[in-house]
Design a protein around this ligand. Structure first.
Ligand code: CAA
Length: 380
């Protein structure tokens, strides 16, 4: 397997690294404390092409491959996972879904502004009673001939208030189960569409997470994605790629914490020497480094599988499952290496530890990834 990064990919990686240091790092602690959305930074990421990385240039995207996207996600996430999830949802769940399954008219109207970052998108599957059990959709989209009437509530929606375009999954034919579900494009401001309260979260606090409420929202039929009843498959296929983005985010969180801990261990002294000279700390760094390398290989493999046209259902789930565990373990150890300072906000690692947790939950919990992987390996 060849994961050589080519010159263009190295440039993208460097551009993302520079952007993260120059634009995301200043103010990251304050944004976390205040739950402030990184509006200026998101605008600049749009200008750099980070919000439509894999979209065809004919729709205003950057036309890059998944590996480039993963490299960018990793670098942003080392510094600011709140910003990287905004980017991930827009790229993987919204742009990819629209470009792959949307009509030409939908692409012109919705994908183009999303790919350039002029607008931000949100992906709306989860509900108060449909998180992991995603087929149990209570939101309804009743067929009224030339339009649907949408009713229901969505939960934990990333970009909930900052988005302008929402891909909403809803049940049209309950008697058909998941085969009766549709995916609809909903615009902010449509009558009857309300943004619910903002969640007060443990981590990724700079991203805005809201519930959404739909009360008799009239959605034109031309806003349905794919054939009638394609909505659940649309969600699953889209999430399969989304999981690569979150795996890359987890990898970046782990690598960011490790790099800070390594640097700190070479400066901080205890018992007459830098703490990196103590075996207790050296072995922690070795374990972190090894786990991160292993996670990186799984994440790059999933990206390559997608780019090469291979099935990537299992590889994306394995990448997310493993990388998110590595993010959790590594950030906890990073806090431990920093000791008392690790518990203090200005040293950043406590934030990375809080941010890491969500990578084991969103876009399918670790338990759901195991369900997905088990089905794939037992079928083959
Ligand atoms: N690709 C294509 N089709 C898929 C698929 C995939 N990855 N996974 C399932 N399907 C298809 C199945 O083949 C089946 O279709 P057929 O009968 O035609 O074969 C259909 O979908 C139903 O699948 P299952 O019978 O497997 O359904 P299930 O209810 O047993 O389980 C599940 C499905 C995998 C558990 C699914 O519900 C799931 O992934 N749950 C987790 C949901 C999730 O990830 N939510 C994240 C919310 S979004 C988010 O977090 C974004 C954010 O803000 C950051």
């Amino acid at each position: 397997m060849d994961f050589q990064i080519n010159e263009e990919q190295k440039m993208i990686q460097q551009a993302a690294r520079d952007f993260a240091q120059i634009e995301l790092f200043p103010g990251v602690i304050e944004r976390d404390e205040q739950q402030a959305f990184p509006e200026e930074q998101v605008k600049k990421m749009g200008e750099l092409g980070f919000l439509g990385m894999m979209v065809d240039p004919k729709y205003g995207g950057s036309g890059l491959d998944t590996l480039s996207y993963v490299l960018m996600m990793e670098e942003l996430s080392k510094v600011d996972a709140s910003s990287s999830v905004i980017v991930s949802v827009n790229n993987s769940l919204v742009c990819w879904g629209l470009e792959t399954f949307g009509t030409e008219a939908q692409k012109e109207k919705y994908l183009r502004p999303l790919a350039s970052g002029a607008k931000i998108g949100a992906f709306c599957l989860s509900e108060p009673e449909a998180g992991s059990d995603a087929t149990s959709q209570k939101t309804t989209a009743i067929d009224k001939g030339d339009h649907y009437i949408l009713n229901g509530t969505k939960n934990w929606i990333t970009n909930g208030n900052s988005a302008s375009v929402y891909l909403v999954i809803a049940q049209t034919h309950p008697e058909k189960g998941y085969k009766g579900i549709n995916a609809l494009i909903v615009e902010k401001g449509m009558p009857g569409f309300e943004i619910g309260p903002k969640e007060n979260k443990l981590g990724i606090r700079g991203s805005d997470t809201h519930s959404l409420i739909f009360n008799d929202v009239k959605i034109p039929k031309e806003n349905r994605i794919g054939e009638d009843g394609f909505g659940f498959k649309f969600a699953m296929k889209t999430l399969t790629g989304g999981r690569i983005g979150i795996a890359a985010q987890a990898l970046g969180i782990a690598a960011g914490a490790y790099e800070m801990a390594k640097e700190y261990a070479q400066q901080r002294k205890a018992f007459g020497t830098e703490i990196a000279n103590h075996q207790a700390i050296r072995f922690k760094l070795v374990d972190m480094h090894t786990q991160i390398e292993a996670a990186r290989l799984l994440v790059y493999k999933a990206a390559k599988d997608k780019d090469d046209g291979n099935d990537y259902v299992a590889s994306s789930a394995m990448a997310k499952l493993f990388a998110s565990q590595v993010a959790m373990d590594t950030t906890i150890e990073a806090v431990q290496i920093f000791g008392g300072n690790g518990f203090v906000k200005e040293y950043h690692v406590e934030r990375l530890m809080r941010d890491a947790k969500i990578t084991q939950i969103y876009e399918g919990t670790s338990e759901i990834q195991k369900m997905v992987i088990s089905r794939e390996i037992l079928r083959k």
